[in-house]
Design a protein. Structure first.
Length: 336
């Protein structure tokens, strides 16, 4: 059930005509508040509520005329409600004469429907891009899109950032022996992502060959690479029902892996996911807070890290017309 949320009027720490104007929908207000704390600002006052028939009402409670506005709203469950809410918020800011509107979408819902895999299917990731553009967004800030091609669905600016630095820093803090570690891709499609992790950690990589006959159902077949007596680090962009990651963990253990750590940027955790993670042979499941979960709802082997500093840094750089890609050393890598 989606509840009404009213953001109170708060005194701003800096000149309201020059600071970052940050606002939040109802899908992850805690993340928006963490971003505001990092930036030394406040979450702007709004009224967002549902009428009796379910229609969404949005009102901005302060003037934002001529300002750069950033709206934090992951498109997580309930995805359709949160998507519609974001579109209405964008429209409200457009009609309030905001100078620019940036949709900060830590988790981009519908991202997995990015192509036709059989006849007569919708490409919904493209549809969402069109809806955001039509609503009036000038820019999108997204994190770990399921596929990079989604950026090409937009005719507006897209900044695509990655949770890699946060996940790598946490792995380094665990004090594991690098000589025993191997980065494992849970499928062929995640090989590039895993290669990036392996490069950052300076460890070898392996790939699990996966077969998928139905949506949300996958079977791990065999492993390409050495995992025996290794600490396996298996990262993906999304953990949905956790079927893939848990089956892969069992396969790695059956092949002699010493320990298995898994992780993902987006903890969707649909259906049996939490129960599967609780019972899987996993030392720790490392996720971020792009999607909100309370600590009480997660098993003890799930560790949730905040992406607020990374998003805050990206927002500040966009606001100040500075490079966002330099956060990840891409310019340096391109020169090599």
């Amino acid at each position: 059930m989606v509840l009404e949320m009213t953001y109170p009027q708060l005194e701003r720490a800096v000149n309201p005509t020059h600071d970052i104007r940050l606002f939040s929908g109802r899908s992850n207000p805690q993340l928006a508040q963490e971003i505001a704390d990092y930036l030394g600002t406040t979450v702007g006052p709004m009224v967002i509520k549902n009428f009796a028939d379910g229609e969404i009402y949005v009102q901005v409670k302060e003037s934002i005329r001529g300002d750069d506005v950033f709206i934090v709203q992951p498109l997580c469950n309930p995805v359709n409600e949160n998507l519609m809410e974001l579109l209405i918020m964008i429209d409200a800011f457009k009609r309030a004469s905001a100078k620019t509107i940036t949709a900060v979408i830590p988790y981009y819902g519908y991202a997995r429907q990015d192509r036709k895999t059989s006849g007569r299917e919708a490409i919904t990731a493209k549809l969402v891009a069109d809806l955001l553009t039509t609503a009036g967004a000038n820019r999108v800030l997204a994190m770990d899109l399921h596929t990079g091609q989604i950026q090409g669905f937009f005719n507006i600016l897209v900044d695509h950032i990655f949770a890699t630095p946060i996940l790598v820093d946490y792995v380094n803090s665990l004090g594991l022996n690098p000589d025993e570690m191997v980065a494992v891709s849970p499928d062929m499609g995640g090989a590039n992502r895993t290669r990036h992790f392996a490069k950052k950690l300076n460890i070898p990589m392996a790939i699990i060959d996966k077969r998928r006959d139905k949506h949300n159902e996958a079977i791990a077949a065999h492993i390409i690479g050495e995992v025996e007596n290794k600490i396996c680090l298996m990262f993906d962009d999304i953990i949905d029902t956790a079927g893939t990651i848990c089956e892969a963990s069992k396969l790695l253990k059956s092949k002699g892996a010493k320990a298995v750590y898994v992780g993902a940027t987006h903890p969707v955790f649909s259906g049996p996911a939490i129960e599967r993670l609780k019972n899987a042979p996993i030392e720790e499941c490392i996720v971020t807070n792009t999607i909100p979960w309370s600590k009480e709802d997660l098993p003890s082997n799930v560790k949730q890290l905040s992406v607020a500093p990374l998003l805050g840094q990206a927002i500040a750089r966009i606001h100040d017309d500075e490079s966002v890609s330099s956060l990840f050393g891409f310019e340096k890598e391109m020169k090599v």
